[in-house]
Design a binder for this molecule. Structure first.
Ligand SMILES: C[S@@+](CC[C@H](N)C(=O)[O-])C[C@H]1O[C@@H](n2cnc3c(N)ncnc32)[C@H](O)[C@@H]1O
Length: 262
């Protein structure tokens, strides 16, 4: 297994997700629901079941999307990738019942070796961590066979809107709305389906929100632990500005797309 070079930012993101790896699968309910919705989008476009001989998935994490995909579709060879090398053991255990020939490569998707002539490239809730989205989409398109599909979910600009309103930096660098994704799609690809479904999760306290962010590895950009005073101010301001009858809202803004190489 080869680990490719990465930037200081990618190392921070890796450390953050590695810390959250043990808790991620259970805590990431929005990402789990998103994996099911993305597979649903794919099924609307191509139907199921179907065989995809060569599939690459980046940012596979603990395998929410890998599992949902392999439950519907047959695959001969699947190459998995994540920044966090420890994800391999977890995701392999999740799909051990399937017949697929699995390989895993750790490192940034921007620089790992991606196989050519792929039938499908898959990724759930990861693109927002990529700093150069047009560059990556072009690079991915080069690895698809004609008629191959790019099946991705990411998050739009309303993601964690409350945290941003309060000046938090604990979020990913590249939140992208559906209409912006359409504009950065390479010329060699056509959009077959795209949807954006913002919704709120509710938490009893701000401590639960911060725990949720830590458990899902989302605080990759946080520079330093917060002081007691900063925590108290965050708590008070969040409650004053956003509390409602259902509790404290935290907005998720997932975007789902299926595009085809022409
Ligand atoms: C929010 S998790 C999503 C995991 C899984 N796809 C799911 O649907 O639950 C994002 C994953 O992307 C990985 N990741 C972030 N930046 C990456 C990059 N540049 N290259 C590869 N993986 C990356 C993280 O390590 C993490 O496991």
């Amino acid at each position: 297994m080869e680990v490719t070079e990465q930037t200081p930012f990618q190392t921070r993101v890796e450390n953050s997700f590695r810390r959250g790896l043990a808790t991620y699968h259970g805590a990431a309910r929005a990402q789990a629901a998103g994996a099911a919705q993305l597979i649903d989008c794919l099924t609307q476009v191509v139907g199921a079941p179907r065989l995809f001989p060569r599939v690459f998935e980046f940012g596979c994490g603990t395998g929410h999307l890998t599992e949902a995909f392999l439950a519907q579709y047959r695959v001969t060879n699947m190459w998995l990738n994540d920044l966090v090398a420890d994800a391999e053991t977890i995701v392999r255990a999740k799909v051990s019942e399937t017949q697929v020939n699995l390989q895993f490569q750790a490192g940034p998707v921007e620089t790992v070796l991606i196989p050519k002539d792929l039938d499908l490239i898959l990724s759930g809730s990861t693109l927002q961590w990529v700093e150069d989205i047009p560059g990556l989409l072009n690079h991915l398109a080069d690895h698809l066979a004609p008629g191959g599909l790019l099946v991705l979910s990411t998050f739009g600009e309303q993601q964690f809107t409350q945290l941003r309103a309060l000046g938090s930096k604990s979020f990913a660098p590249s939140y992208t709305n559906a209409d912006q994704l359409k504009h950065v799609l390479p010329a060699s690809m056509v959009m077959r389906r795209i949807e954006q479904s913002p919704h709120d999760l509710y938490f009893p306290t701000t401590r639960d929100i911060l725990r949720h962010l830590r458990d899902t590895g989302v605080n990759g950009r946080a520079q330093a632990p917060w002081s007691r005073r900063k925590l108290a101010t965050f708590d008070q301001t969040y409650k004053t500005r956003f509390a409602c009858q259902s509790g404290l809202p935290l907005t998720y803004d997932p975007v789902f797309m299926v595009a085809e190489k022409i």
